[in-house]
Design a protein around this ligand. Structure first.
Ligand code: ATP
Ligand code: MG
Length: 421
């Protein structure tokens, strides 16, 4: 038998109900904040990610699924969504439609990481991106939208970690300072970090290896190097979050694993998922649009890790999947013929239905209805047909009523809709 590829997984029912739920709430919630859905492809030119995420990041150096396309272009299964959204924004000149654009995307990402709990090679993100606004109010609004999204899913125990990564004005001095400090303790750094020290010392701050973490424990903080504009921007983000009662903490070690971030960077962490504790991350990327050939437009966005989010929702609501509203139990050929119609008509009328035509005993079918957590069971046999009245039984209260067969679809639909039964 041909098996799944390692690091990939099937998402099966009933878990898919949770996926549908978190996705539908995201759509509704984000649309309320003025975001529209964009659906870029999962395949892009490799150069798009190399240029945006950065050559010296884990993602570009080791994690991308890249292969030769036609002619000489290398293609990559997207490891993240922002680069694609920016590409589409530039390619379709969306900035000329409206100076401010807000998009969200939902879909799979691909990274060749070591598979483990909460870390897959195909995982899923819900992304939101805003173009054309450099105001700190937008940073705060985005974090507010994210935290209230989690609140709508009844997820608690989340913490927003916040940092500022500065801008091309003030970051070089920080970089130099960090690089000088780390160059003096290369013996503590892992191979990757030593190699990247020159090109990109900030990557060391994001390395998860223990000795690297120790090496940067007393590292300088970007916040101490911020220029006047970045400092004011960061202060404004914090004061708006305060006013909106969004709790957060400053985390000077937070740099994110992608190079394009500027100014505000944030991560939402939980204590409930063990090592894989980041549920969402994001930040400003004010120079990326221009860097990828577009006009100079500030931008900010975030990505929610749906796989980890679903795990949190499942832990909270273990019995998430809803059973059918009506489970039909036909006893005998004549009953089956009638039920065959009713089950379709009722489903078409918006009632979740299920029927069992196996011809097994009443007891066996009732057991199956129970297992499926059916809310109601509709029983029809020869006796019911003779009396022109089916039996509708509420599985929870065990109440039973007769339902006239000639008006069965309408009657059951009304009763179920009113939750009378
Ligand atoms: P981590 O620090 O856990 O590696 P990251 O910083 O690489 O996360 P981002 O690129 O910022 O992650 O993506 C945003 C979110 O996507 C993360 O917060 C996480 O919830 C989720 N995510 C990232 N990589 C994976 C993966 N391999 N499997 C499952 N979820 C992932
Ligand atoms: Mg990662």
């Amino acid at each position: 038998m041909i098996q799944l590829v390692r690091g990939f997984r099937d998402i099966l029912p009933p878990e898919t109900s949770v996926w549908q739920y978190v996705e539908s709430i995201a759509k509704e919630h984000f649309e309320n904040f003025g975001f529209r859905e964009m659906r870029p492809p999962v395949l892009e030119q490799a150069a798009l990610f190399q240029r945006s995420i950065g050559e010296h990041t884990d993602i570009v150096e080791k994690e991308m699924y890249t292969f030769a396309g036609s002619k000489d272009t290398m293609l990559t299964l997207r490891p993240e969504a922002t680069a694609s959204v920016v590409r589409a924004y530039i390619q379709h000149k969306l900035y000329s439609v409206d100076p401010i654009c807000k998009f969200y995307t939902i879909g799979p990402m691909f990274r060749k990481e070591r598979p483990q709990k909460g870390r897959y090679r195909q995982f899923h993100q819900i992304n939101a991106e805003v173009f054309g606004v450099d105001s700190p109010y937008m940073d705060a609004q985005l974090i507010f939208m994210l935290m209230t999204y989690f609140a709508r899913l009844s997820i608690t125990g989340l913490r927003a970690h916040l940092n500022s990564l500065g801008c091309p004005e003030c970051r070089p001095a920080f970089r130099q300072n960090l690089s000088d400090m780390l160059s003096a303790r290369t013996e503590k750094l892992c191979e990757d970090c030593v190699r990247r020290l020159d090109k990109n010392p900030l990557r060391v701050l994001d390395c998860k290896k223990e000795s690297c973490r120790e090496a940067v424990a007393d590292a300088p903080s970007m916040i101490d190097f911020l220029c006047g504009d970045c400092k004011r921007h960061f202060a404004a983000v914090q004061s708006v979050l305060d006013r909106m009662d969004v709790p957060f903490e400053i985390d000077t070690g937070l740099v994110r694993g992608l190079d394009y971030y500027t100014r505000t960077a944030f991560e939402i962490q939980t204590e409930e998922l063990g090592a894989q504790n980041a549920v969402a991350g994001g930040g400003r990327y004010d120079n990326l649009v221009e860097m990828l050939g577009g006009p100079s437009q500030p931008a900010i966005g975030f990505a929610v890790g749906v796989d980890r989010l679903v795990e949190l929702v499942e832990a909270k609501f273990p019995a998430f999947d809803a059973g059918p509203d009506v489970f039909f139990v036909p006893m005998g050929d004549a009953a089956m013929e009638m039920v065959a119609q009713w089950v379709c008509r009722l489903a078409d009328a918006g009632i979740r239905t299920e029927a069992d035509f196996s011809g097994r005993s009443l007891k066996a079918l009732m057991r199956r209805a129970d297992r499926m957590e059916a809310k109601n069971v509709l029983i029809v046999g020869d006796k019911e047909i003779a009396e022109n009245e089916a039996v509708l039984r509420n599985m929870k209260t065990r109440d039973q009523v007769g339902v006239p067969m000639d008006r069965l679809v309408d009657t059951v639909r009304e009763k179920v809709a009113r939750e009378e039964f």
